[in-house]
Design a protein around this ligand. Sequence first.
Ligand SMILES: [Zn+2]
Length: 77
Amino acid sequence: MKHCNDLVRLLADYVEHQLPSEVHNRLEQHLTRCPDCVTQLKTYQSTVSLLRTIKDDDLPPELRCTLKSFLDRNCSN
Ligand SMILES: [Zn+2]
């Protein structure tokens, strides 16, 4: 799938349900055929839910930085 990179960029919005339904559906269809993108999605989702379960106060600054840069890198892939 040559447009994987384009779709991976959309995963953040997909998880947040911010995509137009047409794009959302296209991404979902792609996910049914592309294990690589499913892996990306799962990684992204678990990172996001991890970030949501911890309060800022509980998180050492350096770890917060690491997670943030992970998400940013994922988004700009
Ligand atoms: Zn893909």
